[in-house]
Design a protein around this ligand. Structure first.
Ligand SMILES: [Zn+2]
Length: 246
């Protein structure tokens, strides 16, 4: 088992300073939700779903609902990735999950209403990195087009898993921004309480052949640390208000 001490030690050795982010009418911000699907978030929904209620995942869903409601009330742009796979195309190293047309590949019940919102773009993807998963057959990129069409300056990223799909998407978005593909995008902001990862403790992984241990708190922290290292802003608080002093 990973002890509390090991996690505390890691947090001391690899600290992630977290700021707060103020959402403002003055700066166009887009909300990016990564894989808020049953297959990753709903207890017992599939091979990659939590096996029992999980606080980190519940908090992530609650925070996503809160922010999505705020964005939809204001008709601000929202881009939601949904992991969805063709039944005949595996995604190693993962077992089959989120197969097209199943409940696993659907938004969690608390976010199903997003399907009817005009400011929301839903994007099914069949790979870890949503940036790659946004490439269309003609070579265009649905995510790039969303940023450009909406003239988005900041993206606020929430989702699962902090150290997998959220991290890979964040890194690709940062590289694309640095190469000038995402103008006018300035900041990629990862909201820590709006992200979660799965839990496979070391003592459980030892009992499963070839399993790679994945202690939740530790890997969540590492995901945030890596994102910050690549140039994302990591925030632990989001408020709404005017950016400038009157
Ligand atoms: Zn997948």
């Amino acid at each position: 088992m990973v002890s509390e001490t090991a996690i505390d030690m890691l947090k001391t050795e690899l600290p992630v300073e977290q700021d707060s982010f103020i959402l403002s009418e003055d700066v166009k911000t887009g909300l990016v939700l990564v894989d808020m699907v049953n297959g990753f978030c709903t207890v017992g929904a599939g091979k990659l779903a939590p096996v029992q209620p999980n606080e980190q995942i519940s908090q992530m869903v609650d925070e996503s609902v809160r922010l999505a409601r705020m964005f939809c009330e204001k008709k601000w742009p929202v881009f939601a990735f949904l992991d969805s796979h063709h039944p005949d195309v595996p995604e190693p190293p993962y077992p089959p999950h989120c197969i097209n047309g199943t409940d696993e590949a659907k938004l969690v019940p608390a976010l199903e209403w997003l399907e009817n919102e005009t400011n929301v773009t839903l994007r099914r993807k069949d790979c870890i990195d949503g940036f790659l998963g946004s490439i269309e057959k003609d070579g265009s990129n649905a995510f790039v087009n969303w940023v450009k069409n909406n003239q988005i300056v900041n993206i606020l990223v929430l989702g699962i898993c902090t150290d997998i799909c959220v991290l890979d998407f964040t890194c690709s978005a940062l590289s694309a921004r640095n190469r000038g593909f995402l103008t006018p995008l300035k900041d990629v902001i990862v909201y820590s309480h709006g992200c979660a990862t799965y839990d496979l403790p070391v003592h459980v992984a030892r009992t499963i052949k070839d399993a790679l241990a994945h202690p939740q708190d530790l890997m969540h922290h590492i995901g945030l640390y890596m994102a910050k290292g690549r140039g994302a802003k990591v925030v632990s608080e989001i408020s709404f208000g005017a950016l400038k002093e009157p």
